[in-house]
Design a binder for this molecule. Sequence first.
Ligand code: R5P
Length: 338
Amino acid sequence: MDREEPKIFACRAGAEFGEKICSELNHIYTKKEDLKGFQLGKSKVTQFADTELKVEILENVRDNDIFLVQSLTNKSMEHSINENLMEMLIFIDALRRAKASRITLVAPNMAYSRQDKQKGREPITAKLVAKIISSAGADGLITMDLHADQVAGFYDIGIDNLHGSTLIMEYLKEKFGSLSDWVFASPDAGGAARAEHYAKRLNAGYAISSKRRDYSQANKVEKIYVLGDVEGKKVCIVDDIISSAGTLVHAAREIHKKGAVEVYAAVTHAIFNEPASERLTEIYKEGILKEVIGIDTVTHSKRFKLENPWFREISAAPLLAKAIRNINRGLSVSKLYE
Ligand code: R5P
């Protein structure tokens, strides 16, 4: 079926990232003279005194192929993840009722995906969120590095879970050339396959850390053991998320102690919850950590980026724009990695 070109909308917290996607789409689509180019669709969000939200779609979307961008974790705004999630659901409902033919969510950091298994009487919130998104009326989801691949199975809609490692490897190769004398390290046993993937693709070595958490204190990492040869090597610690940076800081200190000459970190979702930036600034100033590479699946303010020289942000927008084009045209998304 021949579809019209995609239309891009964004929730408030996703507007900055949505603009980046539009600008990338303007590069990859050959401009037709009668087209203004891609820009965010018009919408209006009203917040009532009791904090309830209303979303209005201010242009025709009947029978259109809509991509709705939301940055669920936007650290440059006051909105909580829960507010952003609710706004996204209301937005989907508004688009559905305005007769869009297909609605694909573009949520590069899918919140709640870490709550993917049950311990005792806990909820499986990743599954709950997946169900709510389908009920709201989304037809598909484009996201990046869900905490565990099996979380994709919670969704009953088409899901494209893109790999941040592709972008990180491109960046590293461009900056350092050959990485065959590097070691890719995971900060915990759960991330061993990720480190091995980098090592295989880049013909480099790999190391695994084993982390013991003290569950009596939220987020506190107890001790890290490093398995693998890091002495005299440049080491890049790879992970999906930095939250409080406890895991990373412990691993970086241990790897440095074991004789690594330079330590880098690369993650998909650089969330940096408190006290991450203090912790990372400290080990950067001590000369232990050289750089933290993070993808813009989480939106940070310009000020944050200026104040934290150890942070290097790379953008997922070019890859996501290509994924949007391919989904719209019914083409393969995995081909984008070849
Ligand atoms: C754990 O399974 C994850 O891959 C991350 O290592 C963890 O969530 C990071 O958390 P934090 O930065 O608070 O140590």
